[in-house]
Each structure stands twice: as structure tokens, then as C-alpha cells.
Design a protein around this ligand. Structure first.
Ligand code: ADP
Ligand code: ZN
Length: 288
């Protein structure tokens, strides 16, 4: 039996299951402060004989196994979670192997194993929600270097008609600052879900995302790009990306049919939690 945590800014999804993606039980716990959220996670897992745990967490997180703060959340603005020793705390309750990575890297792993990128040795998983983040599998491996990638904060060229200042507390008008859900809400004065008929909004969204995708494609050359997160429920954004990406990239790179290349998650909203089960399995395999 494996345990999995998909730790998000609003909720923790916890599940027990196996490396084939079967889920035996799954619960949701609100993300408040560690002293409140974590004991509930532990109570849930205590009912099962776990062999390993996988965590796909919101970030930034310390994934460098050589670092003294490995396994902790680093510079998040979320009260109470900055510096939280995630792996250490769980290890104290469950002395089993623990896999630890970003929520989006976990989702990329889930999609590459069972979802839209099944059978491929590379893919990119991007979430466009409260923030923008991306995880990648390249040559069969989760992309990780000095730390994990932070692809949501790249710079994009501003649309000439867009005067919105941007919402990223660190960079203002990076991609996340211009195109994540809260930026849409502040720029247009309402939640995205209430703005479905406003074509120009989703056109602009695709304009920014297509620029980002162009850069990811040029640098990483992924075989599949998967776009998830709340904002991508607006399917018009895909249409806009299909329109802008060929304009930006020109004929320089030959791409597959865009409708097959840039897609929604095959696992729908289970990519992250299934990926976290796979992180648990990998942690277990590493210790055998
Ligand atoms: P999180 O990023 O917190 O895990 P989500 O992926 O659901 O959660 O993203 C939440 C963001 O997505 C919010 O800013 C919300 O307004 C926006 N959002 C959620 N559903 C929709 C929708 N159907 N259309 C447009 N925006 C949406
Ligand atoms: Zn930023």
C-alpha cells in the first residue's frame, strides 16, 4: 500500500493506492496551517500499512537531497508554511521512504505514465490556476537541476493593448502575473468562470500562454504538452493558443498537429495524486 499527498494552496488531497494508479481511498483536507492540516493527514494514513509515501507539493520547495533543508517548503507567501519541514515531519510519523517533488512534476509523471503522454519519454505539464507552474519529464526523467523549474515566472511580451500592471508579488508582469486566475480576475473585475462570453479575455490569455509555450518548446522540445488547472476549463484558451503559437514560432520548428500536441490532462484532475503515488513507488524502489 502506498500513500500519496497532493499538497495545494487551498486543499490537500490524500490517497492510498498502488503504483498502477488504483486508488483505495481518497480524502480532501483544507490547507490552513501545518499544525491543523498535517495531523489530519497523519490520522488518515495511520489507518493503512504504508510502505512508502509520495508528496507532490506546492512550492517553491527544497528538492536538493544534499541540502540541509531538503524536504521543506521554502519561500511561499502562505502563512505558516514557509520553512515547513514537510518530509521530516511525515518521516517522524511514518518511518518509510518518502518521495518529494513539486505538484506539477508529480502531475507530469502521472500523465506520462497513465495519461495523455502515456508511452512517451517526455512531456510538459502546465497548470494555469491560482498560479502558473510547470513540471517536465525529459528523456524519461523528472526535470530537476539546482532546484525544480519555475516556468510560470518567465517573462513574456506584453500585448500592446494590455495596460494591466500584473499580479506577481516578485516580478509583477511575468507570465503568472499576467495570466494566472487572480490576474484575470483583477484585470477584468470578475472571476474567470463568470466571463465565459468575453472572447477578448480568452484570446489574450492564449496570447500569453502561446508565448510561454514557444519558449518551453524551443528549450525543452517536449513530445507532448498538457495544460490543466482551473483557467484551462475555458476551452477557448486552447483555440487561442492554436491560433497564436504558429504565428510566434513561424515555420522554424516543425510541430505535430497542435490539437494532438497541446491537450487537456488525460487523467483529468487525478494527474497530481496519481503522480504522487508514483513518487511513493519510486522512493520505495530506490531503497530496495
Ligand atoms: P489551484 O491553482 O488553487 O490548485 P485551480 O486550478 O482550480 O486551483 O485554479 C483556481 C483559479 O482558476 C482561480 O483563479 C479561478 O478563478 C480560476 N478558475 C477556476 N475555474 C475556472 C473556470 N471554469 N473558468 C475560468 N477560470 C476558472
Ligand atoms: Zn513572477
Amino acid at each position: 500500500m502506498l500513500g500519496a499527498i497532493e499538497a495545494g494552496g487551498t486543499k490537500f488531497v490524500c490517497a492510498v493506492g498502488d503504483e498502477k494508479g488504483n486508488i483505495v481511498e481518497r480524502i480532501q483536507i483544507p490547507t490552513t496551517v501545518p499544525e491543523d492540516t498535517i495531523p489530519k493527514v497523519i490520522d488518515f494514513f495511520k489507518r493503512y500499512p504504508l510502505k512508502a509515501i509520495g508528496i507532490g507539493s506546492f512550492g517553491p520547495i527544497d528538492v536538493n537531497s544534499e541540502s540541509p533543508t531538503y524536504g521543506s517548503i521554502t519561500s511561499t507567501p502562505k502563512t505558516g508554511w514557509r520553512g515547513f519541514p514537510f518530509v521530516q515531519t511525515l518521516k517522524a510519523a511514518f518511518p518509510v521512504p518518502i518521495g518529494f517533488n513539486t505538484d506539477v512534476n508529480a502531475a507530469a509523471l502521472g500523465e506520462a505514465t497513465f495519461g495523455a503522454a502515456k508511452g512517451l519519454d517526455s512531456c510538459l505539464y502546465i497548470t494555469v490556476g491560482t498560479g502558473i507552474g510547470a513540471g517536465a519529464i525529459i528523456q524519461g526523467k523528472l526535470l530537476q537541476g539546482l532546484s525544480h523549474p519555475e516556468m510560470g515566472h518567465i517573462l513574456v511580451k506584453r500585448h500592446e493593448k494590455d495596460a494591466y500592471h500584473g499580479k506577481c508579488p516578485y516580478h509583477n508582469d511575468c507570465l503568472e502575473g499576467l495570466a494566472a486566475g487572480p490576474a484575470i480576475e483583477e484585470r477584468w473585475g470578475d472571476k474567470g468562470v463568470n466571463l465565459i462570453d468575453r472572447e477578448e479575455i480568452w484570446d489574450l490569455e492564449g496570447y500569453y500562454l502561446a508565448q510561454a509555450l514557444m519558449q518551453y518548446i524551443l528549450i525543452l522540445s517536449p513530445k507532448k504538452i498538457i495544460l490543466g488547472g482551473g483557467v484551462m476549463n475555458q476551452k477557448q484558451v486552447f483555440t487561442s493558443i492554436y491560433k497564436y503559437l504558429p504565428k510566434f514560432i513561424s515555420d522554424y520548428v516543425v510541430l505535430p498537429e497542435l490539437v494532438d500536441y497541446i491537450v487537456s490532462p488525460g487523467l483529468e484532475d487525478r494527474a497530481g495524486i496519481i503522480g504522487s503515488l508514483l513518487l511513493a513507488h519510486r522512493a520505495l524502489e530506490d531503497t530496495i
